[in-house]
Design a protein around this ligand. Structure first.
Ligand code: ADP
Ligand code: MG
Length: 274
């Protein structure tokens, strides 16, 4: 039995840790023996670069798949790569930006990614989507096919209006396109070691948002090794498994696992009652 859970990792602010979280969560879940596919859905191709790929040299990617679906209503799946970190990966590059402009002229512009991943779901426990730093049509495509969204954020940005915009965009997609969408959790990233300060920030955030949205218990510490790992195409687990950043990401993966198990149990209970 696979969870077949699709999780978008999104925040329209750049540099908050979306790509880093996508790669390290994919790797952590793979280490927990889950079958994982990561889709790079940011035209900058940062996930691919951080996994050591030359994304401009790879001819088959999510942009081609989007175009095939737009033109033919179906696509080839031969762009799926397998990375040494133990998960599958669909790369992208700047061509995806051109696809976004094409999408904007279409009627079904929000559901192209959904059509692509529908036949893939049965092969994976988790499909993670590393979103671009915008709330444009690409990100809405990710929300339209996701079960949940992880919102990585640095504490200093949380109070800003961008969080409100992000949350209203998620709620609007839930209302208009995808009633199954939920917020998996707000993930505080790049916390510093002044633990009292980060605890008080955590408390403030939980007070502000916790009533409506889960906030992950464990935040991700700022560690040089985490960014160095991306520089050499590895996760923190391969680069420096003893680093407490690795512990933070495996704790996140366990929280994600717990949520998936709960959902699975709830749907089994509903089935047995009906
Ligand atoms: P986004 O995808 O939201 O733009 P990234 O994941 O690319 O953000 O992170 C932005 C920068 O911060 C990158 O250089 C990345 O290596 C670095 N970074 C992300 N998380 C951490 C962390 N926990 N510790 C240290 N550096 C980090
Ligand atoms: Mg990124």
């Amino acid at each position: 039995m696979t969870y077949q859970k699709v999780i978008a990792i999104a925040n329209q602010k750049g540099g908050v840790g979306k790509t880093t979280t996508s790669i390290n969560l994919a790797s952590a879940l793979a280490l927990q023996r889950k079958r994982v596919l990561l889709i790079d859905f940011d035209p900058q191709g940062d996930s691919g670069k951080a996994l050591g790929y030359d994304v401009d040299a790879i001819k088959k990617n999510i942009a081609n798949m989007m175009l095939e679906v737009i033109v033919n209503d179906e696509c080839e799946y031969d762009s799926i790569l397998h990375h040494d970190e133990g998960f599958d990966f669909i790369p992208t590059n700047t061509r995806l930006a051109a696809i976004e402009s094409t999408l904007n002229n279409l009627e079904d512009k929000e559901t192209v990614l959904k059509d692509i991943i529908a036949p893939l779901k049965k092969n994976y426990d988790y499909i993670l989507i590393d979103c671009s730093p915008s709330l444009g049509t690409l990100t809405i495509n990710a929300f339209a096919c996701a079960n949940s969204v992880i919102i990585p954020t640095q504490s200093e940005y949380l109070s800003s209006s961008s969080t409100t915009n992000l949350i209203s965009s998620i709620l609007k997609t839930k209302r208009d396109i995808n009633p199954n969408l939920s917020v998996e959790g707000i993930l505080i990233t790049m916390t510093d070691d002044r633990t009292n300060q980060s605890r008080s920030i955590q408390k403030q955030i939980t007070e502000k948002y916790g009533q409506h949205f889960p906030v992950f218990q464990k935040s991700i510490p700022r560690r040089v090794a985490i960014s160095e790992a991306s520089g050499v195409g590895q996760s923190i687990f391969t680069y420096d498994a003893k680093n407490d950043g690795a512990l933070a990401y495996s704790t996140l993966a366990r929280e994600v696992e717990r949520n998936a198990k709960k959902t699975l149990k709830r749907s089994a209970d509903t089935r047995s009652q009906s």
